[in-house]
Design a protein. Structure first.
Length: 369
């Protein structure tokens, strides 16, 4: 009897249970086995833990022969194809995001300054676009944990995947289901990825019986775009967006690239070579513009940062990015305009106590420019 590996949360076991029941209906009875993943025991923000926090342990169990099938949320898998596994996608649930708010409010009806729970940069960016006044609060945990924070009054609302609510039979608790043209869901959201070992012909035959070719084609296409944009959190996505605009970019005089490592999931740490390549690509889109680095810094909680950065972290970032000026100037060439604006300069360099001031570090780097 095939063993299905799954995470232990209610949502994960429910999803895996649907797969088990579907396989059984096609003549392949199976049973569930709980596998604990990094994301289950480490409640730090996902961008700090890294890619595959919910999936790698399941894949390791597959390869070790501890289970025959693994069930993932497709969006949690790394975008790179792993040839060691065979993957199918069953029928897909509704891909949209939804709001669960107190008093059955919609996003537009939330009070000014409302606190909305979500830790996803994609969701934060869209919430801030639609409602710049609201405060977003980093949030991890299962569906019950997140929704309880609304019911207990700790938060005004949370944003969740509608598919997850549907699978645990709580879809009626969504107070608004977002139009995907206004609030874009994650690539492959609502789709499950059912994997087995690529050399296991019997299990491949079993999971093929529950495969939905249309669901796979759509989810896979979304993830191909995501991979092409390098996880959707790099300058390449900005470049692709820029090329779709119809403005006359030849009239733009300056283009600056801001760098905040913790905005991205997973966290980014671009080299001087990476940033130079991005600026050169931007130079193709903006042919007459000078190019440079704009804001750099360490995000604070009031600007959706994960936590208050310590002095060592701020010093590292200042030395690293200000210190790459010479390499950037040499690589980008005569169009390089420099830049480097520490967003929290007043707080971190002027108002900070002398022992915690960034000014000495920034001043030394400026002397080298």
């Amino acid at each position: 009897m095939p063993i299905i590996g799954t995470r232990g949360s209610l949502l994960a076991t429910t999803q895996a249970g649907h797969v088990r029941d579907a396989l059984t209906s096609h003549g392949y009875p199976s049973e569930l086995r709980i596998v604990t993943t990094t994301g289950d025991v480490n409640l730090a923000p996902v961008e700090r833990i890294g890619v595959g926090v919910f999936t790698q342990a399941l894949r390791d169990s597959l390869l070790a022969g501890e289970c025959d099938i693994a069930v993932h949320s497709f969006k949690d898998l790394p975008t790179a194809v792993d040839e060691r596994f065979h993957l199918v996608v069953p029928r897909r649930e509704n891909a949209r995001d939804c709001l669960i708010a107190r008093n059955n409010l919609t996003l537009a009806e939330l009070p000014t300054g409302a606190m909305v729970g979500t830790g996803a940069p994609r969701r934060i960016a869209q919430l801030k676009t639609l409602r710049p006044d609201i405060r977003t609060v980093p949030l991890r945990g299962n569906i019950d944990t997140r929704m309880t924070k609304v019911h207990d009054g700790e938060l005004d609302a949370v944003v969740l995947a509608y598919a997850g609510l549907s699978r645990v039979h709580r879809a009626d608790e969504a107070t608004e289901v977002f139009d995907p043209l206004e609030f874009l869901p994650a690539p492959a959201q609502g789709a499950l990825a059912v994997e087995c070992r690529a050399d296991d012909a019997d299990t491949i035959a079993a999971i093929t019986t529950i495969a939905d070719s249309t669901a796979y084609a759509c989810a896979h296409a979304e993830r191909v775009v995501l991979a092409r944009l390098e996880a959707g959190c790099t300058a390449q996505s900005t470049l692709s967006y820029g090329r779709t605009l119809r403005n006359d970019f030849s009239k733009v005089d300056y283009v600056f690239l801001s760098v905040y490592e913790t905005v991205c999931t997973p966290r980014q740490h671009p080299s001087a070579g990476d940033l130079s390549k991005t600026l050169k690509s931007l130079g193709e889109v903006f042919p007459n513009a000078y190019l440079g680095i704009g804001e750099v810094g360490a995000q604070r909680p009031e600007d959706d940062g994960i936590a208050e950065p310590d002095f060592a972290e701020k010093t590292r970032l200042a030395n690293y990015y200000y210190g790459m000026h010479g390499q950037m100037k040499k690589s980008v060439g005569s169009r390089y305009a420099g830049g480097y604006f520490w967003w929290y300069f007043r707080q971190d360099a002027v108002d900070a106590p002398a022992a915690q001031s960034l000014w000495p570090s920034i001043r030394e780097q400026l002397k080298k420019m």
